[in-house]
Design a protein around this ligand. Structure first.
Ligand code: NAD
Length: 363
């Protein structure tokens, strides 16, 4: 889940400068054992919003690298989706099974509160709704709460809808039609988002091959969706039209690219390209249309944003549907300007931040 890339300057400021972050906050508490890092990448468009994950990082440097990369991704995701949000993320260093407790989470909440709304947190890997309730006891700057607490609820169905829209747009580009009827799709990871996504795919008449780390889960999903379950490694060798990574990051890498037989890659996982400068162009060379991850998995963030600005779930779905148009726009730009799709998407995101930054330059 945690992908580490080599950085040219491994000093703390070297890394912060490389990713161009505004602020990085180290949180420490002796009593609870809390060690956390909050990364605020860019707040030109609005408060930095992004989840908190708890992970047993092998080193502090690994934790810093993770939070820096994840928070930067949030900036671009919000910007390209037209949201008035900046990018942020937090990591709590430790084993979620043995070290997570009410006091630690509430202490973390106080650090979030100290930032006065510059950073808004939410759920991420190894955090539960109950954990968010503890954090909420110490700060109001929490989003993605359950509907029973006045929040926007589970973002997964909205993420799946956006991924489906992005997949259809990429199919239109690759096959000349956005219909997925009869298309063979390899779904890697049948968790929350993957399952909702497969509902759309089956409804439209796609054929599914799937895999999951948990064999039972894969078999259950295969029975439910009339799909074929294959082994974890076998998923890359399938003779399919579309590969949909819905589990881990970095699955587009030197080992897998030579094996993929698909014409489209479109999934919900974050950071799918192991090295975007290498594997982004490599996909273009192989003639594979890649729907940028941070663009097509933005439905969940759009849903959380609806909570921040007080709009409805329906409003979030309407906005998420636009991922179809945005994906086509990105793919057309990439083709016209000789860029790879991730590069084109990042450029659009950066241009919006620069333009709105100028709007805000006067009182
Ligand atoms: P999840 O934990 O519910 O599902 C992930 C599934 O992948 C699990 O069933 C897990 O067993 C499986 N898995 C783990 N390792 C695997 C491997 N090596 N091969 C195959 N399967 C494997 O998570 P989710 O909420 O469905 O999110 C899926 C991905 O989408 C994650 O990368 C997440 O960061 C990203 N994402 C999710 C949302 C959201 O709204 N939930 C939003 C944006 C991005």
């Amino acid at each position: 889940m945690v992908e580490i890339q080599a950085l040219s300057d491994t000093s703390i400021f070297g890394q912060i400068a490389e990713h161009q972050h505004e602020q990085v906050v180290y949180c420490h508490d002796h009593e609870t054992g809390l060690r956390a890092i909050i990364g605020i990448h860019n707040t030109v468009l609005g408060p930095a919003l992004g989840g908190t994950r708890m992970w047993h990082y092998a080193s502090d440097a690994e934790a810093l690298n993770d939070v820096l990369r994840l928070s930067r991704g949030m900036t671009y995701k919000a910007a390209i989706s037209g949201l008035n949000l900046g990018g942020g993320k937090a990591v709590i260093i430790g084993d979620a099974k043995t070290q997570k407790n009410e006091a630690l989470l509430r202490k973390f909440g106080r650090f979030v509160q100290n930032l006065n709304g510059k950073y808004i947190t939410a759920e991420d890997v190894n955090m539960t709704t109950k954990d968010m309730e503890y954090i909420r006891m110490e700060t109001k700057h929490v989003a993605g709460l359950p509907e029973t607490m006045g929040g926007s609820g589970d973002p997964s169905p909205v993420t799946a809808f956006g991924t489906y829209m992005g997949m259809k747009a990429a199919a239109k580009k690759a096959f000349g039609s956005d219909s997925l009827a009869g298309k063979r799709v390899a779904v890697q990871g049948v968790g929350h988002v993957g399952t909702y996504l497969m509902e759309y795919l089956v409804k439209e008449g796609a054929e599914i091959v799937l895999t999951d780390y948990y064999t039972e889960r894969a078999e259950e999903a295969a029975a439910r969706f009339g799909a074929k379950a294959v082994g974890l490694e076998e998923i890359y060798d399938q003779d399919v039209d579309i590969y949909s990574p819905c589990a881990l990051g970095a699955t587009l890498n030197d080992d897998t690219l030579s094996r993929l037989k698909c014409q489209v890659v479109a999934g919900c996982a974050n950071n799918q390209l192991k090295d975007e400068h290498v594997h982004g162009p490599a996909l273009v060379q192989k003639g594979i249309i890649y729907a940028p991850d941070f663009l097509i998995n933005a439905g969940g963030l759009i849903n959380v944003y609806s909570e921040v600005v007080g709009s409805s779930r329906q409003g979030a779905l309407t906005q998420t549907e636009k991922i179809y148009d945005y994906t086509l726009q990105v793919l057309n730009k990439a083709e016209k300007e000789g860029l790879h799709p991730q590069q084109a998407a990042t450029q659009i995101a950066k241009e919006r931040i620069a333009a709105i930054g100028k709007v805000k330059s006067t009182y």
